[in-house]
Design a binder for this molecule. Structure first.
Ligand SMILES: [Zn+2]
Length: 400
């Protein structure tokens, strides 16, 4: 079965701009989605406002020279990170256990104990607080979001929060570790940001820790729900390593984590270190195949939703993050999905940007009695299945 929503296409044309990572002029547009919500984690308490949320276009371009992918139609003016922004995953036991291991390794590798951790794009500050507790260090969180700092400020040797964007003046903070998790993919001028990080660490001699999604998996799985407006920059292990190497860093480690979903880079200003992974040919092949893999996943999920619709079944999504927004808006599947479930109480009673779906607590499922549950992140499958079993019912469970 073939299915392509009218606002989705696979162009094969030159990108309008040079590659933001390596400045090459050879990048080409390979995938496009028109009219998607610009924010996917903003908390909206009005259904109409959620449905009419500002829209932008995604035109994914691939640079054959460094492997970087980016939204060639991205307009940063459409994003406002000072709004109420909820992205914490701390409610999940699976996530917390994994993060604890990440922190232990980071502290050991960088000798952070007793020092200063500066986190760029810290969100609420959960990672900052947990790491400072674990390493008895001082923490500075930098994030323009209004939600930044809603954690225990007494963690470790104390936390403080700067509600602003990271800049050259923050080099004065003398970071022993400069962490930037799930933030770089939201920034378009990635080479400028890497240079800024280098400037921030060069004098004092600290380490950089970066975590971003792994685009290679997205391409290989045809995971269209992982391509959305807020993410304008898409890295592979190779392109991430190449960017920071080119920006004057020596690579300490580059790992694929969390069920193949995340890349983690540890580096320090200097020469030498590990060589970036040579994945250019593999990436180019994955980009080429994406036209088919993405069409196949679109057709598969369109089929699942159509089946539920024609059988008059109640279908809900589990997980209200960006993946749910990407899934719903790319498929154009607004009507078939009854509600979106999330375990984060801060999200309950709010609505998904762009589609207006109500976000409900797992407990609501005893009332909704879904026939089918679609899990937006397979990493949580066991945890969600256990919750569903506790709530009773016999929904058929699928995961993207
Ligand atoms: Zn490039």
């Amino acid at each position: 079965m073939s299915f392509l929503p009218p606002h989705v296409s696979f162009p094969d044309e030159p990108a309008l701009q040079a590659c933001p990572a390596c400045a090459s002029a050879a990048a080409r547009r390979v995938y496009a989605v028109r009219g998607i919500p610009t924010h996917s984690c903003v908390l909206l308490d009005d259904q109409e406002a959620a449905r009419s949320f500002h829209a932008g276009d995604l035109a994914l371009a691939h640079c054959p020279d460094c492997g970087f992918l980016f939204n060639d139609a991205f307009d940063p003016r459409l994003l406002d990170y000072s709004e109420d922004y909820e992205e914490t995953q701390g409610c999940s036991a699976t996530f917390s256990a994994w993060l604890e291991g990440v922190i232990d390794r980071l502290v050991e590798r960088t000798d952070l104990a007793g020092g200063t951790l500066v986190e760029v794009g810290c969100g609420r500050g959960d990672f900052l607080a947990q790491t400072c507790r674990s390493a008895s260090c001082a923490g500075v969180g930098i994030d323009p979001s209004a939600t930044a700092g809603r954690v225990d400020h007494a963690a470790g040797r104390g936390l403080r929060f700067l509600h602003e964007r990271y800049g050259a003046s923050h080099a004065d903070l003398h970071a022993d570790v400069l962490a930037c998790r799930h933030t770089l993919e939201h920034l378009a001028p990635v080479a400028e940001v890497a240079a800024l990080f280098h400037g921030g660490l060069e004098e004092h001699g600290g380490h950089l820790f970066v975590e971003v999604p792994d685009t290679r998996r997205i391409l290989e799985e045809g995971a269209f729900w992982d391509l959305y407006y807020e993410h304008c920059s898409y890295f592979s292990a190779g392109s991430l390593g190449r960017l920071f190497k080119r920006s004057g860093f020596a690579l300490d480690a580059l790992e694929v984590e969390y069920g193949g979903q995340y890349l983690q880079l540890t580096a320090h200003p200097g020469v030498g270190g590990a060589a970036p992974l040579d994945d250019l040919a593999h990436l180019a092949a994955a980009v080429k195949r994406f036209t088919e893999t993405c069409r196949a996943t679109l057709a598969r999920w369109h089929g699942v939703l159509e089946e539920a619709r024609s059988a008059n079944q109640t279908l809900v999504l589990w997980g209200s993050g960006s993946k749910a927004t990407g899934f719903l808006t790319t498929l154009g599947a607004q009507d078939t999905v009854r509600a979106v479930v999330d375990i984060n109480p801060a999200k309950h009673g709010h609505f998904v940007a762009g589609t207006g779906h109500r976000i409900v607590a797992p407990g609501s499922l005893t009332e909704l009695q879904p026939d089918r549950v679609v899990i937006m992140n397979p990493v949580y499958r066991d945890e969600i299945q256990a919750d569903l079993d506790r709530l009773g019912g016999s929904a058929q469970v699928d995961a993207v």
